[in-house]
Design a protein around this ligand. Structure first.
Ligand code: X8Z
Ligand code: ZN
Length: 628
């Protein structure tokens, strides 16, 4: 009892002491007014920046690039001036936690800290790498005179559908030649500038700056721990897929070695759902062929996005505003070059929210549309917040929202509701479907981890530029159990074949998203009464939260918070948990994991992988003669 008394008396004294500092009180009052002013300035600046970015990315011309660079430079100058004012405040002593939080966020200046010349150089490098990536063209395998194949849709389509290993290898290699080798020098210079900016911001290097978004000191350890928890599941699906792949490709796929990247159905081997038809657990069961259904039913890009919107609205969330439909770029234009990689943009004016996506009528794009609309729904829900809070609770939250919705959409129950699937439900079809989801979600985890493990190494110089490519392949082999289709060398620069590397977008956000989206899914399904733990008639992977306003309300509450609270608070609103937790994804895939373990055991399949026979050398000339 006396302890409590002491605690409260001491607190009282402490508060009185703080209250008694009139200077600090006065400063806190001034801070409040200052924040209002900054908010107004930022909103206007972010609007200008969004417009310039949008105009460039949807029309890659020199004038648009110049306008973007000029806008970025002017705004960087203004941010620097604002920051000079921010750091004059003794905000660490403020009593109002909200004001303190805003100041804490504003006290990190970011890349604008560089000299104008270096800032401009860095922005130009990133724009030009992105442009090179977005406009690169490759020659066809069968018709070597046809040299206008673009990544989207041509190359991705060949990688997805061809089963000719030579054609696949050709496309895989040529894409890497077209982008990787051309940007290596630019990338190195960009990394140096990024690191200089991070150090001026008092971070040890850019990885520490990137991860500051999580405000969690041991974030790298947490990620590693999550990966260790999920790795046994990955090993099972990896072993099973390799075993099945040998039935299609024979000894091209080593029995105990890593899986060749070009055979996975994906340009970066980041998810393997396009190998589903050749590997499904119950081959005689007719599977959901959503793409076929979409084509049959005359789906177009509009119907795809309307379908996605309808789900959000069914949860009592907000519909897309009129400008969204008028101004978005939902198809690939034929009259100009654009950045096709899908994205969503907030124009910070409460009216303009747009998606750009080179949508095709296929299943994958239906889910990308949900993913992108999740970003827009977040923008809409936190639009009342000050500019500094208009972001996800952390970057992984922003990536997770649309995917959470898509987890419900991808159930056979929901696909039937919207007329994209028919037929019987039976345990075998159900397992096939869960396996499909495993090919898309489980296989992605080590890829996402490797993307940033590699960059963390580059930023800390554990991976010096002369080792860029070979160290990339070492990580890919160690974590993903994937190998290149032919020997590689430091004349190649394969990481740059992926958009987020050249566009300088951190990737661990997707790893985080793929963990927490299953925590959200589980919690929302319980709220919706669609998942009952330990009730086999309501498994987690068959839960559909469609039309559940209970689920929608709690999700909406979290989205409205934006970045105004620590991410743990936001997570607690939906899940009651305050930590990232792999048990969501493990619960979801438990029936698949059990099946894979039994199947692999029955077939005596080797789990894990022995070292790859592929070589990576310092230069192509060092390579032993290869089959290339
Ligand atoms: O880049 C994206 C989205 C835009 S934020 C289309 N994603 C990652 C990728 O394509 O590599 C979504 C999942 C992973
Ligand atoms: Zn996204």
């Amino acid at each position: 009892m006396w302890i409590w008394k002491c605690v409260s008396v001491c607190c009282l004294l402490w508060t009185v002491a703080l209250c008694a500092d009139p200077e600090l009180e006065e400063e806190e009052l001034r801070a409040r007014t200052f924040l209002q002013h900054i908010n107004g300035v930022r909103l206007e600046e972010y609007q200008r920046l969004a417009n310039a970015e949008w105009n460039y990315q949807t029309n890659l011309t020199e004038p648009n690039k110049k306008h973007l660079l000029d806008t970025e430079t002017v705004i960087a100058e203004s941010l620097k001036k604002q920051w000079d004012e921010v750091i004059k405040f003794k905000w660490q002593g403020f009593r109002d936690n909200d004001i303190k939080r805003q100041f804490k966020m504003l006290s990190i200046l970011g890349p604008a800290i560089l000299s104008e010349e270096k800032f401009q150089r860095n922005s130009k490098l990133v724009s030009e790498m992105q442009e090179l990536y977005s406009t690169a063209k490759v020659c066809d395998y069968k018709d070597s005179k046809k040299c206008d194949l673009a990544l989207n849709p041509d190359l991705e389509s060949i990688i997805r559908t061809s089963k000719d290993p030579e054609e696949l290898k050709h496309i895989w290699v040529e894409w890497r030649k077209a982008v990787g080798q051309n940007v290596r020098q630019m990338y190195k210079e960009h990394i140096e500038l990024d690191n200089e900016s991070a150090r001026l911001n008092n971070f040890t290097d850019t990885s520490e700056y990137w991860l500051s978004d999580y405000d969690t000191a041991d974030i790298k350890d947490q990620i590693e721990m999550l990966w260790k928890q999920m790795k046994p599941l990955y090993l099972q699906i990896h072993a099973y897929v390799r075993h099945q792949m040998r039935k299609t490709y024979g000894d091209l796929v080593p029995e105990k070695g890593p899986i060749p990247a070009h055979l996975t159905g994906n340009m970066w081997a980041q998810s393997w759902e396009h190998f589903f038809d050749q590997s499904k657990p119950y081959p005689n069961k007719k599977s959901l062929s959503i793409t076929e259904e979409m084509i049959k039913q005359n789906y177009d890009y509009l119907k795809i996005f309307k379908t996605a919107e309808e789900f959000f609205v069914s949860l009592n969330l907000t519909a897309m505003p009129p400008q969204f439909w008028e101004e978005s770029m939902l198809q690939k234009p034929t009259d100009r070059e654009v950045v096709c990689h899908a994205s969503a943009m907030d124009f910070f004016d409460g009216k303009n929210f747009r998606i750009k996506q080179c949508t095709q009528v296929k299943e994958e794009d239906l889910f990308v549309a949900h993913h992108e609309m999740g970003h827009i729904e977040y923008f809409l829900q936190y639009a009342h917040q000050p500019a500094i809070y208009r972001g996800g609770a952390n970057e992984g939250f922003h990536e997770a929202i649309g995917d959470v919705i898509a987890l419900s959409v991808r159930t056979s129950k929901h696909l039937k509701k919207i007329g994209l699937a028919s037929g019987e439900d039976d345990p075998e079809s159900d397992l096939n479907n869960l396996y499909f989801n495993g090919l898309s979600k489980i296989t992605f985890l080590p890829f996402a981890y490797v993307m940033d493990l590699w960059r963390w190494g580059v930023f800390s110089n554990d991976i010096p530029s002369q080792d860029y490519n070979c160290k990339w392949w070492k990580l890919v082999e160690d974590y993903q159990g994937i190998e290149p289709p032919l020997d590689r060398s430091e004349d190649d620069f394969d990481p740059a074949s992926k958009y987020h590397i050249v566009a300088n977008v951190p990737y661990i956000r997707y790893f985080v998203s793929y963990v927490i989206q299953f925590q959200f899914h589980r919690a929302l399904c319980i709220k919706a009464g669609e998942y009952v733990p330990n009730d086999p008639s309501k498994p987690l992977h068959e839960c559909d939260i469609y039309q559940s306003t209970e689920a929608g309300n709690v999700l909406g509450k979290m989205l409205q918070m934006g970045a105004s609270r620590p991410w743990q608070d936001a997570m607690e609103v939906v899940t009651g948990q305050r930590n990232m937790d792999a048990s969501g994804i493990l619960d979801y895939f438990k029936p698949l994991q059990d099946w894979l373990e039994a199947e692999n055991k029955k077939n005596g399949v080797f789990i894990g992988w022995e070292p790859s026979k592929r070589v990576c050398s310092s230069s192509r000339n060092d390579n032993k003669p290869s089959e290339e």
